[in-house]
Design a protein around this ligand. Structure first.
Ligand code: UDP
Length: 323
């Protein structure tokens, strides 16, 4: 395990994605040597542009499903590689299943072979459309195993099962972070997730597309806070799973209103069909994160949204969300 990033050699799969790129920056900033492994399917070199010239940072373009071409000593593996937006995993269902299963096995093999500590970037989606609220780590979830979201949910559940089994059967030093909705700069502008979708629409003066009646809730976490939770979990000896997520629950309709207010947009709200199996509520029980890691999210939603809106406003209009 790594108690400190300083001097450690760390592999981050999915390191050129939204969350991964923030994590790489944080780890390099703390003195680690970071090998970012990314297929660049939804990640991009632009996300890690600030690190490209850094002597302790390398990008290896590879799909984790084909193996992880990293030699030598490794202290820590953060396994974040996967598409994460519903729009993307509904478009890439078979690839998503393979990444969560075959790709995770390769990442675990790398940790087992090198003796590295392993952190799985899991998800609140393992709770499905939860019947317990808020969600404590002891809750087993309510997932439709053959519904459209199952390609992501079940892949991550398989990844959790694999992580737990490597720990038991091989003695690999593993941990699991269940990451809830995270937002901030570098979210792909066209990835269809609620924050970039609403911000883009508000900035363009278009109607905000609220799914269903908008009464479903999410608990959004600023990306810097999420990364801090992941780093603390990696540095702890904890096996997890540990929830990492926002502590303020908001309805999607209220989020749309907040975005309109902060952007001072003249946009209206348009209700669109609710996607199948869309979770009705979501909020992490953070007792474990607080007790074991001393972690709580710190950034108020309005501050984080303002920073995200400023970043997105400076980027202009993205290409359309793929159908
Ligand atoms: N959503 C919405 N309008 C959009 C995009 C998403 O109302 O343009 C809703 C979506 O149906 C869900 C919530 O916002 O209830 C969060 O969706 P997101 O895709 O960000 O992530 P999820 O939490 O569903 O994985």
């Amino acid at each position: 395990m790594v108690a400190e990033a300083d001097g450690a050699r760390i592999v981050v799969t999915g390191g050129a994605g939204f969350l991964g790129s923030w994590l790489c920056e944080r780890l390099v900033g703390e003195g680690a040597t970071v090998v970012c492994v990314d297929s660049l399917v939804t990640g991009s070199r632009e996300n890690v542009a600030s690190l490209e010239a850094h002597p302790r940072f390398t990008v290896v373009r590879a799909d984790v499903c084909d193996g992880i071409p990293v030699d030598g000593h490794v202290d820590m593996v953060f396994h974040l590689a996967s598409v994460a937006s519903p729009v993307h995993y509904l478009r890439l269902p078979l690839e998503t299943l393979r990444t969560g299963s075959v790709g995770t096995t390769h990442a675990l093999d790398l940790a087992a072979r090198t003796g590295a500590r392993f952190l799985l970037g899991s998800t609140s989606e393992v709770y499905g459309d939860p019947l317990e609220h808020p969600q404590h780590e002891s809750y087993w979830g309510n997932v439709n195993p053959i519904g459209p979201r199952s390609v992501y949910d079940e892949a991550k559940r398989f990844a959790e099962a694999s992580t737990a089994a490597y720990r038991r059967a091989r003695g690999t030093d593993t941990t699991i972070a269940r990451i809830f909705n995270t937002y901030g700069p570098r979210m792909a502008l066209a990835d269809g997730r609620v924050v970039p979708a609403f911000v883009q629409q508000a900035l363009a003066g278009e109607p905000l597309t609220v799914a269903g009646d908008g009464s479903q809730t999410r608990s959004l976490c600023w990306v810097g806070d999420t990364v801090d939770g992941l780093v603390r979990l990696a540095a702890s000896g904890e096996a997890g799973p540990v929830n990492i997520g926002g502590d303020v629950e908001i309805t999607v309709l209220d989020l749309a209103r907040r975005v309109i207010q902060i952007t001072r947009s003249s946009s209206t709200i348009e209700h669109v069909p609710l996607p199948q199996d869309d979770p009705q509520v979501r909020r992490p029980d953070l007792t474990q994160a607080e007790g074991l890691l001393g972690w709580r999210p710190r950034t108020p939603l309005d501050d984080g949204l303002t920073r995200t809106i400023e970043w997105m406003a400076a980027r202009g209009r993205p290409e359309r969300v793929p159908a």
